[in-house]
Design a protein around this ligand. Sequence first.
Ligand code: ATP
Ligand code: MG
Length: 309
Amino acid sequence: MAAGRERAAATRAILTPCLIRPLASDRRVRAPEGEGRAPRPADGEVTTTASPILSTREVTIRFGGHVAVDHVSLDVLPTALKSIIGPNGAGKTTLFNLLSGQYRPSEGRIVFKGRDVTGWSAAARTRLGIGRSFQLTNIFPTLSVLENVRLAVQARRGLGFTAWRDYRRFSDLEDTAYGLLETVLLEGKWRAAAGALAHGEKRKLELGILLALEPEVLLLDEPTAGMSLEEVPAIIGLIERIRARRDRTILLVEHKIDMVMALSDSIAVLQNGRLIADGPPALVSASAEVQAAYFGTAPHPALSPEGRG
Ligand SMILES: Nc1ncnc2c1ncn2[C@@H]1O[C@H](COP(=O)(O)OP(=O)(O)OP(=O)(O)O)[C@@H](O)[C@H]1O
Ligand SMILES: [Mg+2]
């Protein structure tokens, strides 16, 4: 917290000499209950009676003659963590591109909170609450870590650059940004240039920027890709923290099957663009088709009942 005090002091000295307030501790990550959100269930609990927050119906996309996503229909329950797994080239990233609006389906529908968003642009879907991280492309390398998140908070609140004129508001944005850095365990680096971060730290920053946009559904495509073995547990811990709060829905594409089994409320399996299984981890892992499609003939230890024990 020393860095937080230092940052707050620096900010106050420069911008808000009269304003002394405690730093926010990720209070903005959570929208207040009673504002269109269901009350949060206790940690570890999933709302099973709720209707899906996000659904696809027969979603299909063709690239020339190749069907990358083939009539996929799935439902994602609010506040759940659903993993999408499958071999390389199965269509996982393409499905994310369809959900986030980067691609338009050749056929089928995408429904978010009861609205058909199939024809909506990516920007409109982000505003509506479908958030996607873009593997380092949305990081400004010369700006500080804090400024990167602050800009995302600012963008989310539709403030543009007007916030610069209002020190009070600016300080509030910084507090929120700092709180988000605490959430992603990066507050110690708030002053560093984003470009100077280690790879794993950049992925944390990416998550912080994504959370700043306050999405209701987070699409995480291989959040631990390219990380060293030592960096992976921190990201898993981070996703666990976000999941445990049960105020966000998470869709996770990940090849690390142990991680998938540990984190997921449900798992959908794609193979050659088709959905071959979808359900609770225990059920999916028991499927012979999944075993064969994803791991060949030898079952992955994490998917065999003995291995999970
Ligand atoms: N824009 C595109 N144009 C042509 N083919 C594409 C395009 N995007 C994806 N594909 C093809 O669709 C298929 C699915 O690709 P996708 O990237 O979705 O797989 P994936 O499941 O994410 O794989 P990985 O685990 O390797 O990330 C692949 O055969 C890929 O070459
Ligand atoms: Mg992919």
